[in-house]
Design a binder for this molecule. Structure first.
Ligand SMILES: [Zn+2]
Length: 212
């Protein structure tokens, strides 16, 4: 279920139920590995660690782990990851209290592998949700910050969510990797216009959403 999407990037998919997967993104640098989200308790041992070893790499090369936000499907592997790799876990300061296994607060930028990602604060699903943007390759990792038809995931005032998505629309995106296969495209990796369309559609859905 894993997919290599660039020389140095592998998306590890774990099937939760038919048609629904949860991702961990691995960024393989020359001598360091960056990880985005940790999945469930069994995700590291059953899915991620075997893959790192298959690549001829070592677990102690993992230098940093980012949690895009506080939800279980993104953080429950934290403890095992920390025990086995020794790497710190970074999260936005507004999520930190909700995730005791996180170690440090994200700054404006984070180095994953040999890439430098801008940390874009995109509240709406969660107060401290973030997207990661690599300007050099126009790669955007969105976690659950762009969730299309899943209106129930807009857990804050929808205007906060809409503003976050408008920030993303300004970015030049060649590839967007979401944590789940959100609809309408029902897939988690979108390229070029597909990505822009997904963000626009998500805004439209939120605009039409009735919140009390
Ligand atoms: Zn999720």
């Amino acid at each position: 279920m894993s997919e290599q999407v660039a020389n140095d990037i592998i998306v590890v998919r774990q099937e939760m139920r038919p048609g629904w997967t949860c991702n961990v993104v691995l960024v393989f640098g020359e001598d360091k590995i960056g990880v985005v989200d940790t999945g469930y308790e069994n995700t590291p041992e059953d899915y991620v660690f075997p893959l790192i070893k298959e690549q001829g790499r070592r677990l102690d090369e993992v230098s940093i782990i980012v949690n895009t936000h506080r939800d279980g499907d993104h953080i429950r592997g934290n403890t095992v990851f920390k025990e086995r790799t020794g790497a710190p876990i970074a999260i936005h300061e507004l999520e930190k209290e909700a995730v005791p296994t996180a170690d440090t607060k994200l700054g404006n930028k984070v180095k994953l592998g040999d890439r430098t990602f801008k940390v874009i604060h995109t509240p709406g699903h969660r107060p401290g949700a973030v997207c990661l943007y690599d300007e050099a390759s126009k790669l955007l990792l969105t976690g659950d910050s762009v969730c299309g038809t899943r209106e129930n995931l807009i857990r804050m005032d929808k205007n906060i969510y809409i503003n976050s998505l408008k920030k993303l629309l300004k970015l030049d995106v060649e590839m967007m990797i979401m944590s789940h296969p959100f609809a309408p495209p029902d897939k988690d990796i979108l390229r070029g216009d597909e990505a822009k369309q997904m963000i626009e559609t998500s805004i439209e859905i939120a605009v039409n959403l009735k919140q009390n």
